[in-house]
Write a protein that binds this ligand. Structure first.
Ligand code: SAH
Ligand code: F3S
Length: 480
């Protein structure tokens, strides 16, 4: 089932298995945070596979332990610190063990990490993974190693990610890195740097190669996919300097989406994350034209109050957001939406909070990811605003938005009952080995009894006869 509320203390997933018989070193690689980190870990595994490392699920047998970390909220960082402390004994026992921190915490804390966490030998930011082989050599020479240089160009376009720990059916394909939006609460622009788009040819090639390997669903990934922009080279910020010809032939996200949909017609396509201010209606028109593009958009709004949206530096109003949803539903009637919401941001009043609840009721989201505001050092909110909503009020408001989302999710799930859905089988249900688990186009999870001849990766017609808050209960429609 899709997690409704991200509990950072429970995150962290070790990834298997990149096996090459000639490799004789073992890498334990654990990822925290967003999908982008999981996708980056596949790039890291690919780079290290060329350096003699196979991945392992057992930290005890590793020569190299890497944690790909998240800084988005304080709790996410605490989880990583706790995890690191668990490796202390192992390091004492085996001084040759190398322990490294990758990703957003590495970028945020830089050399502080080496000072504060004595057992860490290696600190690498999200744009410096190509340097891992050199950094590991430095460590072999007895030094600590760090590279946290951010890049305006790096997209790892030519690196073929090793697919880790997946189901062999669904995969992530990164299309943009970084973010230029500067929401006042958010640390991402500082930890992941400037926004840049990946060469469309390398994206299409990766999708084709995934399809050949049997994958049936891809998610195009970026902090902000809708601002994807390619005009023959380079970052979005230079677009002003592009020639008229380059501007006329530039590839925007809607074009890329259409190119991918055409290139791999047998592949289901999803994308994440969309930012309301950058989303063009053309994206919805493309979604409507292609059956293989899933009818689901994750469209974070953060708050339903204009005061808060302004303080957060979101570049849209409540009204503009609601209008976008309305237009989207006109163009793609069966579309589903999910949200990210922050409660208790600086200065949030009870009225602002009520506006969030009323926006949720108006949109009727399928799912939501809801968070209490967590002040992040270095952000504009930290520098210029007061984190003035008391913790108990934040928690009460959080409980209210979570409870409301529960009601809305149940309602949306109910609307799928009594209809037939195309479900892509992703694997066996965790609760019942005689049942499959998969998702419909709207990203709703569905479980149904296994029938002879069905296998993982099949798309099957399933009649949904009932639902719970997060799951559809179905039955395969047998073809004559
Ligand atoms: N565009 C990004 C957003 C990354 S952060 C994406 O790809 O999803 C994911 C979500 O975390 C945000 O949408 C926001 O709801 C939440 N978030 C970010 N900073 C936060 C903070 N300081 N406190 C609480 N929640 C935060
Ligand atoms: Fe963060 Fe806003 Fe970008 S939430 S990732 S700064 S769109």
């Amino acid at each position: 089932m899709q997690e409704k509320y991200i509990d950072e203390t429970k995150q962290g997933e070790a990834l298997v298995v990149a096996e090459r018989s000639e490799n004789n070193k073992k890498l334990f690689l654990e990822s925290y945070g967003c999908q982008m980190n999981f996708s980056d870990s596949e790039i890291v595994a690919s780079i290290l596979s060329d350096q003699g490392y196979n991945t392992t699920l057992k930290a005890e047998e590793a020569d190299l332990i890497l944690l790909n970390t998240c800084s988005i909220r304080e709790k996410a960082e605490q989880t990583v610190r706790m995890r690191l402390s668990q490796f202390k004994k192992q390091k004492e026992f085996n001084p040759k063990l190398t322990i490294g921190v990758l990703g957003c915490m590495a970028e945020r804390l830089k050399t502080k990490f080496l000072e504060e966490e004595q057992l860490v030998d290696l600190v690498v930011g999200p744009d410096a993974y190509r340097d891992l082989p050199n950094l590991l050599k430095e460590i072999e020479g007895g030094r600590e190693a760090i590279n946290v240089i951010l890049s305006k160009e790096e997209t790892y376009a030519d690196i073929n990610p090793v697919r880790l720990g997946g189901n062999g059916v669904t995969a992530f394909v990164t299309i943009t890195r970084g973010c230029d939006n500067m929401c006042t609460f958010c640390v991402v622009p500082f930890t992941r740097g400037r926004e840049r788009s990946r060469d469309p040819h390398s994206i299409i090639n990766e999708c084709l190669s995934l399809y050949e390997k049997g994958y049936k669903e891809i998610t195009l990934l970026g902090q902000n996919v809708d601002s994807y922009l390619w005009y023959g080279g380079g970052a979005k910020k230079d677009f002003g300097k592009a020639s008229e010809m380059q501007k006329a032939t530039a590839i925007h996200f809607s074009h890329l989406l259409e190119m991918v949909a055409k290139a791999v017609p047998g592949m289901r396509i999803r994308f994440s994350t969309s930012n309301p201010q950058d989303m063009s209606l053309e994206v919805f028109h493309v979604m409507a034209r292609y059956d293989n593009i899933c009818k689901y958009v994750h469209l974070p709004v953060q708050s339903g109050s204009d005061n808060m949206l302004k303080a957060m530096n979101r570049q849209h109003s409540r009204e503009a957001y609601l209008q976008l949803i309305k237009e989207a539903r006109r163009i793609v009637p069966e579309i589903a939406f999910s949200q990210d919401m922050i409660v208790g941001f600086c200065g949030e009043s009870e009225e602002d909070h009520q506006a969030t609840l009323s926006l949720m009721r108006e949109v009727e989201y399928d799912y939501g990811y809801m968070f209490a505001y967590s002040e992040r050092p270095g952000t504009l909110a930290h520098k210029k605003m007061q984190d003035d909503v008391p913790a108990d009020i934040k928690q009460r408001r959080l409980a209210e938005v979570i409870a409301l989302q529960g009601v809305l999710s149940t309602k949306r799930m109910k609307s799928y009952v009594g209809k037939t859905h195309e479900i892509l089988i992703e694997g066996t249900s965790k609760k019942n080995e005689h049942q499959w688990k998969g998702r419909n186009s709207q990203n709703a999870v569905c479980v149904f009894d296994k029938l002879k001849g069905q296998k993982v990766g099949d798309k099957v017609s399933v009649y949904v006869y009932d639902n719970t808050q997060g799951t559809l209960l179905g039955k395969t429609i047998e073809h004559q």
